[in-house]
Design a protein around this ligand. Sequence first.
Ligand SMILES: Nc1ncnc2c1ncn2[C@@H]1O[C@H](COP(=O)(O)OP(=O)(O)OP(=O)(O)O)[C@@H](O)[C@H]1O
Length: 577
Amino acid sequence: MIDRQLGREAGKKRRLLAAVIGLGAGGGLLAITQAYYLTQVIDRLFLSKQELASVAGLLWLLTAIILVRAIVTYLEGVLSFKLAATIKTGLRQRLVSHLLGLGPVTLAQQPAGELINIAGEGVEQLEAYFAKYLPQLVKAACIPVCILLVVWPLDLTSALLLLVTAPMIPVFMLLIGKLAEKQNRRQWETLNSLSAHFLDVLSGLMTLKLFGRSIEQASIIARVSKEFRDATLNVLKVAFLSALALELVATISTALVAVTVGLRLLYGEIEFSQAFFVLLLAPEYYLPLRLLGTQFHAGMAGKAAAADIFRLLRLSGSQAAGGSAPLPRQQQIALAFRDVYAEYQPGGRQALRGISFSLDAGQHLAIVGPSGAGKSTVAALLLNFITPAAGDIVVNGKLLQGLSSDDWLRQVAFVPQRPHLFQGSVADNIRLAQPDAALAEIIRAAKAAGAHDFIERLPAGYDTLIGEGGQGLSGGECQRLAIARALLQDAPLVILDEAARGLDVHSQAVLDKALARLLAGRTAIIIAHRLSTVRQADKVIVLADGQISETGTHAELLARPGLYWQLVGASKGGYDV
Ligand SMILES: Nc1ncnc2c1ncn2[C@@H]1O[C@H](COP(=O)(O)OP(=O)(O)OP(=O)(O)O)[C@@H](O)[C@H]1O
C-alpha cells in the first residue's frame, strides 16, 4: 500500500511526518473524547434530568474539545501540505539537477515532452499522495484500533462486530487496488505520450508543413487525446465504483452495530450511556477507512508518476564526470588524442576507433570527412559530453579525465552550427559566457564578432528580447552572437562546428572576419565544411567510419589520391560537405 521509494522520501522528512501522524492520531483521540463527553451531557440532561447549570462545566469542556479538534484538523492539513510541498520541491530539484548532470547526449535520447510532463505534472501528482493519501493511511491504521480498544471493555458484542466488519474495507481496497493501479498507470502513460507527441509536432511543425503532413499529425494528437479521455474515464469508473462499494460496506456495518445496540437497549441488556457512546463511535470508526478509499486513487496516480520519476533518477548518463585536479587558467593549450575509442551506448556501435593526433599550442586543426564519420564525436569528447571508451586525451601534459570538468570547460569556447539563443535580451545572451561582464565588454565582443551593427538596428538594441517568444534572428546573425559569446569567454581553446552552407557572400565575409579574430592566437579544432577554412588550417585529419584515414596539410593531402582528394574533387574544388 505504501510505495517503497515514496515512503523513503517521506522518511527523510521525519519531523514533519511525525507531526502529521501525531496530529492525525490526536484528532482521533479527540473524537473519542468528544463522543464520551457528549454522551455524558445527554445522559445527565435527558435521562438523569439534571439542571443545565450542573452540566455547564461539561459543556464548556465539550466546546473546548470541539475547538481543539478543529485546530488539530486545520494544523494537520497545513502540515501535510507542507510535507508534500517540501518533498515535491526537493524531488523536483534533484530530478532537474540529475537530468542536467546526464549531459546533452543522454538527455537527447529521452522524449522531451515526456521529460517536461514527468518533471512538471508528475511531481505535482505526488502532492495528493503525501498530503492526503499517506496521512489518511496512517489514520486508517491508528484510529480504528484506538476506538476498538475503548469499545472492547464497554461492549464486547459491538467490539466484535467492529472487528469483523473493518477488514472488509482494506480487503476490498486491495482487490480493486490492482485494477486501479493498472488504470492509473495507463492514464499516466497516455498523458506522457500525448505531451511527447505534442512537443514533437510543435518543434517539427515547419517540416510537417513542408511535407503537407500537419493535418495528419493533428488527427494523431486527437486520437491520443481520445485515448487519454478514455483512460481518465476508466480511472473515474473504478474510483466511483470502489467509493460506492466502500460507502456501502461502511454504512451497512454502522447500521449493523446500531441495530444490535438498539435491540439490546430495548431489552435492557445495555445502559443508555454505553449504547449512545458506542453509536457515536461507530461512524468515527469507519470514517478513516472510508476516506482512505477515496484518497486511494490519488495515491495510485502519485505511485504511477513516481515510477517514472525514480526511473529517471536511476538513469546514468554518458557525460564525463571529470576529475578533481584543478586546472588554473592556461595561456595556451596543447592537445593530444592517444588511441581514443568512443561509443554513445556502453557496448554499442563505436563512433571513433583508435584516434590519435596531437596539436601544439596555437595550432588549428581541421577535421573533415563524410557524414557520420565521427567529427562531432571528437568535439563531444573534448566538451565532456561523453567519456572515451578507451584511450587518453591529454591537455598540456595532463589527462583530461582527471581534470575538474568546470575548470576545463571554462577554457573551451564552443561555437556550434546552430547556436541556441535563450529567452532574454541580446546582451544577456552574449553575457552567458561571462555573467559579470560589463556592457562595454559585451559591445567590444559584439563589434569584434561583426554583430554590433545588426544589434544596433534591432528595436531596443542590446536590450531587445530574443529567443523563444522574442525577436527572431537569421542564421548568420545567430552565429555572430555565438562568436561574440566565445570572444567574451576569451578561452585558449576554440571548438568550431562550421556551418555547412547558406550565407550570402557579404554575410560570409563578415562571418569569416569574425572567425579569424576569434581563432587568432588560440588553439582551435574546426569541424570544417569549407575549403577556405581547411586551407588555412595547420593540420587536417580526414575521418572515415570512426578512423583517421589521412592526415597532413591541405596541400599534402591534395597531392595524393585519397579520400580527401575525392571529397574535394566531388565538390569541384568548393569542398562543401
Ligand atoms: N547521440 C548519439 N547517440 C548515438 N549515436 C550517435 C549519437 N551521435 C552520433 N552518433 C553516431 O556516432 C557516429 C558518428 O557520428 P558523428 O555525429 O560524430 O558524425 P559526424 O561526422 O559529425 O557527422 P555529420 O557531419 O553528419 O554531423 C554515427 O554513426 C552516429 O550515428
